[in-house]
Design a protein around this ligand. Structure first.
Ligand SMILES: *[C@@H]1O[C@H](CO)[C@@H](O)[C@H](O)[C@H]1NC(C)=O
Ligand SMILES: *[C@@H]1O[C@H](CO)[C@@H](O)[C@H](O)[C@H]1NC(C)=O
Ligand SMILES: *[C@@H]1O[C@H](CO)[C@@H](O)[C@H](O)[C@H]1NC(C)=O
Ligand SMILES: *[C@@H]1O[C@H](CO)[C@@H](O)[C@H](O)[C@H]1NC(C)=O
Ligand SMILES: *[C@@H]1O[C@H](CO)[C@@H](O)[C@H](O)[C@H]1NC(C)=O
Length: 486
């Protein structure tokens, strides 16, 4: 009898313990889902902790897994207390780049600085360090796990192409991408990572709007661009709904000489002295087109994640690209050392203003539109451009050879690789950090080990959920066979 009672007590005890744990786990799944659900309608930041203001909840028993370390006392956090990933510093990095000209075959010759013989390598040893929080290095394995069956697109000009090559090089350390499409000029392309059924596209649409461009292979223009301010380029819009994630960008191309159309009639131009059209200024055109782009996005009912990447600065010194300008630096600039050029300032002002206007409307409409503001951190990297190493061994024959410098695109490997650290954070880590924080705050009964385990279990499905249409059920999380209690 005594034995039985003891046995019964113990089993009840175990049973209870199990039930408590089960209950906790169900609640956590619910909480995580709630969080992800609210996230996908109005995306909120890393440290959104609605529970912290609630007096009934005791302080977290464990330190949140994602520590909000405050580096050199500079709180680069916004009004809501969230870390701004784009305010920070380039700090020395001892490690080697994740890929090289030997290991990656996706690097365009013009940006293959290693192969082209750039002698210094210091520019490879910096990493971006946001001041308000820690930024993990891009983890290609985890990234690919979390984007199974997904499709990404980078839409824009040659800087988008530069970026896609960086991403392909990093991901190809896990599995080599296979090209499945390219257009005639190899400007729009698509690759697949077969094991993950993950596709990346780069879509050539330098102005995002309908345009006739009269340039030869070397970028020499025969006539002004004919740009339709009121018609978006179908090169990207027709595929828009097929992508789960998009990084859209533009900028530089608007500075070129152009004739602007609206309703298929000439409205004016930028820089067309030989013609009798009104000079409207490129900022006028950029604003109009961006307004239309954002309007399209806002109304699109798209359920994935859309980033608007800000345009990036160039670093020509002592001239322009056509007049002997060069970029000879070998270390990052100090903050404030480089200002944006007048043109870049105008572009930036327009894109920030138009984004700001669009952003609120997007979240009202449940569209997940985010700013990917790499402009300021790129401004600090005058050392990251190919310069003369746009060409193979430019000084092999004549060490004083005159070359045209590229101080606009980025060496690969190079500073642009850091953009992926930021993307990874915005796409994958944020969600996990939130779950961990919720757990730490709300569930005092859980040990650190439980939390870590839980975090591992939900990580891939959580990322997947974030990109899932809000009207579907959270099957990815709830139906996940591995979310069980021990
Ligand atoms: C890579 O770059 C190095 C110089 O940094 C060069 O010696 C080597 O031949 C290059 N390899 C390829 C495959 O381009
Ligand atoms: C790949 O992903 C798409 C969704 O993006 C899905 O429709 C398709 O069935 C998947 N293919 C395989 C082989 O898993
Ligand atoms: C990917 O798609 C395939 C086929 O549609 C499906 O069996 C698989 O579960 C999907 N994987 C993820 C992680 O969604
Ligand atoms: C759309 O793509 C085609 C093929 O790549 C290209 O010829 C055309 O110029 C593109 N349109 C714009 C506006 O760039
Ligand atoms: C230029 O345009 C203005 C107004 O559109 C017109 O009055 C003028 O005659 C035009 N000049 C020439 C040389 O075509």
């Amino acid at each position: 009898m005594l034995y039985n009672w003891k046995y019964w007590w113990r089993s009840l005890h175990n049973h209870n313990y199990f039930i408590i744990k089960l209950g906790v786990s169900i609640l956590l799944v619910g909480l995580a889902f709630m969080l992800l659900y609210t996230r996908s309608t109005g995306f909120s930041p890393v440290t959104d902790t609605p529970f912290l203001g609630n007096a009934q909840i005791s302080p977290p028993p464990v330190v949140p897994l994602i520590s909000q370390e405050n580096i050199d006392g500079f709180p680069s956090v916004d009004d809501a207390g969230k870390c701004n990933l784009f305010i920070g510093d380039w700090i020395p990095y001892q490690g080697e780049p994740i890929y090289t000209n030997e290991s990656c075959s996706f690097i365009e010759d013009h940006q293959n600085c290693m192969k082209n013989g750039r002698p210094d390598t210091g520019y490879l040893h910096w990493r971006w360090n946001p001041r308000g929080c820690k930024l993990a290095r891009f983890d290609p394995d985890r990234f690919l796990e979390s984007v199974r069956n997904k499709s990404w697109a980078l839409i824009g000009d040659s800087i988008s192409r530069n970026h896609v090559q960086s991403l392909l090089c990093i991901l190809s350390t896990i599995e080599k991408a296979v090209e499945v499409y390219h257009d005639e000029g190899y400007k729009s392309r698509r690759w697949i990572f077969p094991t993950y059924n993950f596709t990346i596209s780069v879509l050539w649409s330098p102005l995002l709007a309908k345009a006739a461009i009269f340039e030869d292979m070397n970028g020499v223009s025969k006539s002004e661009i004919e740009l339709h301010l009121d018609i978006l380029d179908t090169n990207w819009t027709k595929q828009y709904q097929s992508f789960d994630y998009m990084i859209i960008s533009s900028g530089k191309w608007f500075v070129k000489n152009a004739i602007y159309y609206e309703n298929n009639m000439v409205l004016g131009c930028h820089n067309c002295p030989k013609r009798n059209f009104t000079e409207l200024g490129f900022n006028f055109a950029y604003r109009k087109v961006l307004h239309n782009v954002f309007d399209y996005i806002i109304r699109s009912n798209h359920k994935g994640m859309i980033f608007y990447r800000t345009s990036t600065p160039d670093h020509f010194e002592n001239g322009e690209w056509f007049s002997g300008g060069a970029c000879r630096r070998t270390v990052p600039a100090e903050e404030g050392e480089f200002g944006l050029s007048e043109v870049n300032k105008v572009l930036r002002e327009v894109e920030l203003e138009e984004f700001e206007k669009a952003s609120a409307k997007a979240s009202e409409n449940g569209v997940n539109l985010k700013l990917f503001d790499v402009n300021p951190l790129s401004l600090l990297r005058p050392d990251g451009h190919p310069g003369p190493y746009r060409f193979f061994q430019p000084f092999a024959k004549d060490k004083n050879a005159k070359t045209i410098n590229d101080c606009l695109h980025w060496c690969l490997p190079g500073p642009i690789d850091s953009w992926n650290d930021l993307l990874m954070d915005m796409v994958v880590n944020v969600i996990i950090a939130n779950i961990a924080l919720w757990m730490a705050v709300g569930w005092t009964t859980l040990s650190q080990a439980d939390i870590i385990e839980y975090r591992c279990l939900v990580s891939s499905s959580a990322a997947e959920l974030a990109a899932r249409p809000t009207h579907t059920q959270p099957a990815g999380l709830l139906g996940h066979g591995r979310v069980t209690m021990k």
